[in-house]
Design a protein around this ligand. Structure first.
Ligand SMILES: [Zn+2]
Length: 98
């Protein structure tokens, strides 16, 4: 669907595809800055949500001292054991509920 929209920046009419990223043919400013800002905010929210579900595991660097490596691997072991227990409980709940 093609239509035209009056540019809020220069006041000239420009063709508009109802896309928030459409720009004015005359001054290259956004035709609908509010819609563009809304779209950006929505994308940021999606990204934050996807980040929240990724487990942040301890990283062992090759240049760590053997003492640091030992503690980090113990911590990593606990993290993995915890993740395993949590997923087991979730599985148990799913089985018992079904
Ligand atoms: Zn313009």
């Amino acid at each position: 669907m093609k239509s035209s929209k009056k540019c809020p920046h220069c006041g000239q009419w420009s063709s508009w595809n109802h896309d928030p990223a459409d720009r004015c043919e005359h001054c290259q400013h956004l035709l609908d800055p509010d819609a563009f800002a809304r779209q950006q905010a929505q994308e940021e929210r999606k990204e934050e949500e996807s980040k929240r579900f990724t487990v942040d595991l301890i990283k062992i660097n090759p240049d760590d001292s053997s003492f640091t490596k030992l503690w980090k691997s113990i911590g990593l072991g606990f993290q993995l054991a915890f993740a395993a227990v949590v997923s087991f409980i979730l599985w148990l709940i799913a089985v018992l509920a079904g």
